[in-house]
Design a protein around this ligand. Structure first.
Ligand code: F6P
Length: 324
């Protein structure tokens, strides 16, 4: 392999720039040309490429977002789109791609390998942490810290006004952000998609805490929660069934995806960027590099997106015990 392309796709995540930097610099170190692809798969289809030298990635390790931009390309989901992408890669003399993204990104990569047998290695970059085969995805730690900082602020005003707050956090189908930020910020209840605790239990829990003398409360709700109500409907339901609190709703939204990456995410991204290039040099393909028990690990892309990323039952218990 003489030329490797790198792209970021799907929802951006803090630390993606640190990963791009590590990929570019690992290529420089191993004397391979590195080509940046702009706007994810869409840029692959449109041939939006630029050769990146080690100096092109100076001063980005601390930056949120992605200098390569990101997109959720619909065209890459079509056979014609992927054919154009393959043609562009061939014309540019690119021999492999490093994909930085989450499950949508890896699904696209798998399809591409299946059709063109093109060497691909993935790096997990998503705030959701919903990827199997790595303890953490790039961006998750930063997002958690952002969420905890905001909930701390909401706690101040919740407690001054004796209010109950419902706070919706991201995590399309996964409760990692909700559960961990909820424990870290001392939430009363945490609602996650992996476990439907039911509305009765929520009412009951709020009643009990009121009886125990709590004057304000915070409920963290994952956006993917399967209770069958969105956060506003949930607040209305509680207002109707337990009208003892002045209730407010706060949807944190895309602020969770921004900001300077934590040191943890920068180190993770740097390790995975180097590991991805080394994996390609070792002729690996169709795999994702991750960190498991503090060691670099690899897992098939198909497993990374399909295997269950179970929520830790111990964490659920800790959340329950610490909110008595
Ligand atoms: O996958 C990352 C994520 O931030 C999810 O948590 C969220 O559901 C989704 O992306 C939002 O996507 P978009 O930026 O396209 O609105």
């Amino acid at each position: 392999i003489k030329k490797i392309a790198v792209l970021t796709s799907g929802g951006d995540a803090p630390g993606m720039n640190a990963a791009i930097r590590a990929v570019v610099r690992a290529c420089t170190y191993y004397r391979i040309e590195c080509v940046g692809v702009y706007r994810g798969y869409q840029g692959l289809i449109e041939g939006d490429f630029k050769t990146l030298s080690a100096r092109h990635v100076s001063n980005i390790i601390n930056k949120g977002g992605t200098i390569l931009k990101s997109a959720r390309s619909q065209e890459f989901k079509t056979t014609e789109g992927r054919a154009k992408a393959f043609q562009n890669l061939k014309e540019a003399g690119i021999g492999a791609i490093v994909l930085i993204g989450g499950d949508g990104t890896f699904t696209g990569g798998l399809k591409f390998i299946e059709e063109y047998n093109f060497p691909v290695v993935g790096i997990p970059g998503t705030i959701d942490n919903d990827i199997y085969g790595t303890d953490n995805t790039i961006g998750y730690d930063t997002a958690l810290n952002t969420v905890v900082e905001v909930i701390d602020k909401i706690r101040d005003t919740a407690s001054s006004h004796n209010r109950l707050f419902f706070i919706e956090v991201m995590g399309r189908d996964a409760g990692f952000i909700a559960l961990n930020s909820g424990i870290g910020a001392g939430a009363e209840e945490i609602l996650i998609p992996e476990k439907n605790l039911g509305l009765e239990r929520l009412v009951d829990s709020l009643k009990k805490s009121k009886d125990k003398g709590k004057t304000s409360s915070i409920v963290v709700v994952s956006e993917g929660d399967k209770i069958g109500k969105n956060v506003f409907e949930l607040a209305d339901y509680i207002n109707d069934n337990f009208p003892h609190y002045d209730i407010r709703v706060s949807v944190l939204g895309h602020m969770q995806r921004g900001g300077s990456p934590s040191c943890f995410d920068r180190v993770l991204a740097s390790r995975l960027g180097v590991a991805a290039v080394e994996a390609l040099l070792d002729r690996s393909t169709g795999v994702m590099v991750g960190i498991t028990n503090n060691e670099v690990s690899t897992v098939g892309l198909n497993k990374a997106i399909k295997m269950n990323h179970d929520i830790n039952e111990e964490l659920l218990k800790v959340a329950e015990i610490t909110s008595v």
